[in-house]
Design a protein around this ligand. Structure first.
Ligand SMILES: [Zn+2]
Length: 88
């Protein structure tokens, strides 16, 4: 029997739509509390996801959903990296 491959989905913290995980930008809080942007999606820790779109990032920031999802404040440099990634 052919195995049906399920695409893993995650919710964007901006638009709150489910999307394929690989289409989203992952932000991860490592066990030591460091928050980083994780392009590989493989770092361990608590993750939050956002579409690579400025709209979504703006919504997520306004509603503080990234902070809430990760339960920690997001450093300015992490926000800047996210902005660079949604603009490119
Ligand atoms: Zn989104």
């Amino acid at each position: 029997m052919p195995r049906v491959k399920k695409v893993p989905e995650r919710m964007c913290v901006g638009c709150q739509q489910m999307r394929a995980k690989r289409e989203l930008i992952r932000v991860v809080r490592a066990p030591d509390g460091t928050v980083t942007v994780d392009p590989t999606g493989k770092r361990s820790g608590r993750g939050a996801y956002v579409c690579p779109q400025e709209d979504c990032l703006v919504k997520a920031v306004k509603a503080r959903r990234l902070e809430r999802a990760l339960r920690t404040p997001i450093a300015q440099e992490v926000m800047e990296e996210l902005r660079r990634r949604v603009q490119s």
